[in-house]
Design a protein around this ligand. Structure first.
Ligand code: ADP
Ligand code: MG
Length: 701
């Protein structure tokens, strides 16, 4: 149960004054939630300002620089309403100080309101942007006005928040103020010596200070209140991961005892032998699953390094031992492709593999669920639909999650929520640095696939200016005549974007003039079955040139595709370029990747393209990417900062993460059920950061 102390923060956001149906939608959008019902007051409390408006400049009217935001204290001299019947002329109010006169300008203003706000003869303070015209200064619609005689004042430093269209900054600030007023005095959950050593303020104070910056320094991630909150956030994260892990480990394990009955035959029919690191990964996994403890292992391997076959070996071990396994893919296409690949590799052993996605409906779904529940299915491949409440497994022993970083940790908790705690194998194609692994997954065992499967030919990457696209098309002509297959990737064009960018459809039309029916088109707005159809046609070779958006980014496997053209390559991030390029170079043929760019390249874009030309090593590319773009991009999310964290950032607060990890371990060692005095406070912390899923795992939850 959530401590009642936190109730005010977990009230619905719509309980704050001024949030109605319409503004509610805006707040939901601002906070990235489905609807206002999902928003709590606490969400706004963690909505941190990104900069400040500094109103401390008070140079005097005559010395106010053109265009600058200044604050003026002066006496109101007269009001000049617009002439009757001419609403286009603004309402003007004149005031002066020792240095000169300033006109405050209001369009479509209500006169009686202004007379109250700015009575003639009174001293007022106004703040806003100054415009000079014909030697006279004016201020159009001041941001703030205060009557000093009445004891009013105005903020000299104002926080500026990330915004969403339609919501005014003033309204948002007001709402956040109301949210902050609900912050209770929280118990101290940190150790006194750490507090002293780091100079942390108390959490309640830190939250208030966060929204009341005094100057630029208070916006800096290294400001004491931001570091305090970052630490709290890391600690909550590390604790919840550690609790989950402890619980996974404690769950009575059914040791997996593979007989080799299936895997030996599959290995025999593979057209290749496993690489050394593949064999090592399989050995790691089998050793983990043979023990009493649950496995929690990350399999890192670059695109094309052969993770799928490792996953298959793990799943076969479980099936041999009498259990079931699931494989979760990030997209429908990938799920079906995994199924095709695995079914092919396992074609001789009578494995029962099925697909379950959001698209599985009606009778077919009911029937499949029944067979999963009775154990008539060995391996289920799917999307997150695999873990919906309606799915009951007969004996689920292993969950493999492909490209986990697209899901976040919650899926993992969700799984355990149902009382199932299978062994976990998480596969990522992006070689994530250790600190990121730690923040996202907590302590996890890691296997890495370090070498590319034998027989891979290097991919030659060339950088070509967009003006030479005709030449590229001419070359493709002869390549296609030789029977080669080509991907042509276009960036997503947002509908609102005013640009000369060609959309996939347009590019498809242009290429069709040259290649006729050999060109196919695939993009995200097509239905699932349509996409499958197009992919199958390309695989079979009916089409030879596939024009695509980044829907083919992850995992798609057409081994004999050997040329990739990426249009507007300058618009893609390094990780994404690497992922895309990984679609070629998978077969026996030497492959080529052509990076087309347009316009003048920024320094950063130049660096990205150059790195692509120089290396194919995913680990090198990931490090460069982290350097060039920051961690958000590396994990495939667009928002800045560290995904899943409101305040903490690995780049800025990496030092704190390590301390938080040790702190979490120490805590759980000394007080595993969080029942001591500090443990009780720590529970508040977990709730505050919405990591309370983990609390259910405690005895006295
Ligand atoms: P990823 O790690 O990107 O998921 P895949 O598992 O899709 O890579 O493997 C890419 C390709 O490499 C597949 O066509 C697969 O059959 C092949 N492959 C996997 N392991 C080996 C190996 N040891 N030797 C040769 N080819 C392999
Ligand atoms: Mg894969």
């Amino acid at each position: 149960m959530r401590p009642s102390l936190l109730d005010p923060l977990f009230a619905s956001l719509s309980s704050l004054p001024g949030i109605g149906a319409k503004t509610g939608e805006l707040y939901a959008r601002l906070l990235g939630r489905e609807s206002i019902e999902d928003c709590r007051v606490v969400d706004l409390v963690f909505h941190a300002p990104v900069s400040i408006i500094d109103r401390r400049k008070q140079p005097g009217i005559a010395f106010a620089p053109q265009g600058a935001i200044v604050t003026v204290t002066g006496r109101v001299d007269r009001h000049q309403p617009p002439p009757r019947g001419n609403a286009n002329v603004p309402y003007r109010v004149f005031l002066h100080d020792d240095t000169g006169e300033l006109a405050l300008v209001f369009f479509r203003a209500k006169g009686n309101w202004l007379e109250k706000a700015l009575p003639v003869g009174e001293t007022v303070m106004v703040s806003g942007k100054v415009d000079w015209f014909n030697g006279r200064p004016s201020m159009v619609h001041p941001d703030h006005m205060a009557r000093l005689n009445e004891g009013e004042s105005l903020p000299l430093v104002e926080p500026v928040y990330p915004m969403t269209a339609g919501l005014s900054a003033k309204v948002l600030r007001k709402t956040i103020e109301a949210a902050i007023a609900r912050v209770p005095d929280l118990p101290e959950w940190l150790d006194g010596s750490l507090l002293a050593q780091q100079g942390f303020p108390a959490t309640s104070d830190a939250l208030r200070q966060l929204h009341d910056p005094r100057d630029e320094n208070d916006i800096d991630p290294q400001a004491p209140m931001r570091r305090r909150l970052a630490y709290d956030e890391f600690l909550a994260g590390q604790l919840s991961l550690a609790l989950v892990r402890a619980r996974l480990r404690k769950a009575p394990g059914v040791p997996v005892r593979p007989t080799g009955r299936l895997s030996v035959r599959v290995i025999d029919t593979l057209p290749f032998s496993l690489t050394r690191s593949q064999s090592e990964a399989v050995a790691d996994i089998l050793a983990d699953m043979a023990g009493e403890d649950r496995m929690l292992r990350l399999l890192q391997g670059d695109v094309g390094s052969g993770k799928t076959v490792v996953a298959l070996m793990a799943m076969l071990a479980v099936v041999e031992s009498g259990g079931q396994a699931v494989l979760m893919a990030p997209t429908e296409i990938l799920a079906r492709q995994h199924r095709a690949t695995l079914a092919h590799m396992a074609r001789d052993i009578g494995l029962r593999i099925e697909v379950l996605t959001g698209r599985t409906k009606g009778r077919e779904r009911d029937d499949l669920l029944a067979r999963i529940a009775s154990g008539e299915v060995d391996i289920v491949i799917g999307t997150h639909a695999l873990f919906q409440d309606s799915v009951a497994y007969h004996d689920l022993q292993l969950a493999v999650v492909d490209e986990q970083h697209r899901f976040g940790v919650h899926q993992r908790l969700r799984l355990t929520d149902k009382g199932i705690s299978p062994h976990m194998l998480v596969m990522t194609a992006t070689p994530i640095p250790r600190t990121l692994v730690l923040a996202a997954f907590g302590d996890m065992d890691v296997s890495r696939l370090t070498e590319k499967p034998a027989g891979r030919k290097p991919i030659q990457t060339v950088i070509v200016p967009g003006e030479r696209v005709d030449e590229v098309i001419r070359r493709l002509r002869s390549a296609i005549a030789e029977g080669r297959k080509v991907y042509w990737i276009c960036p997503l064009v947002e509908e609102t974007e005013e640009s000369k960018l060609m959309s996939v459809e347009e590019r498809h039309a242009v290429l069709s003039q040259f290649f006729g029916s050999q060109v196919a088109l695939i993009h995200g707005r097509m239905s699932g079955p349509e996409k499958d159809e197009v992919m199958a046609g390309f695989k079979r070779g009916e089409s030879r040139l596939l024009v695509a958006t980044t829907v083919i980014e992850v995992g798609v496997d057409v081994p004999d595709a050997s040329i990739m053209v990426i249009e507007h390559a300058e618009r893609f991030g390094l990780a994404q370029l690497h992922q895309l390029r990984g679609r070629v170079g998978r077969g026996s043929e030497a492959s080529t990747c052509i990076l087309l760019y347009s316009g003048k390249l920024s320094e950063n874009a130049q660096a990205r393209l150059r790195i692509m030309r120089e290396t194919e090593d995913g680990f090198v590319i990931a490090e460069e990417d982290l350097r060039l773009r920051g961690e958000g991009e590396l994990l495939g999310t667009r928002q800045s900062g560290t995904p899943g964290f409101a305040i903490a950032s690995l780049e800025a607060h990496g030092d704190l993460l390590e301390i938080a990890r040790k702190d979490a371990h120490y805590l759980l060692e000394t007080d595993p059920e969080l029942e001591g005095p500090r443990g009780r406070s720590i529970r508040v912390l977990l709730y505050l950061f919405r990591r309370d899923e983990a609390i259910r795992f405690l005895k006295a939850g």
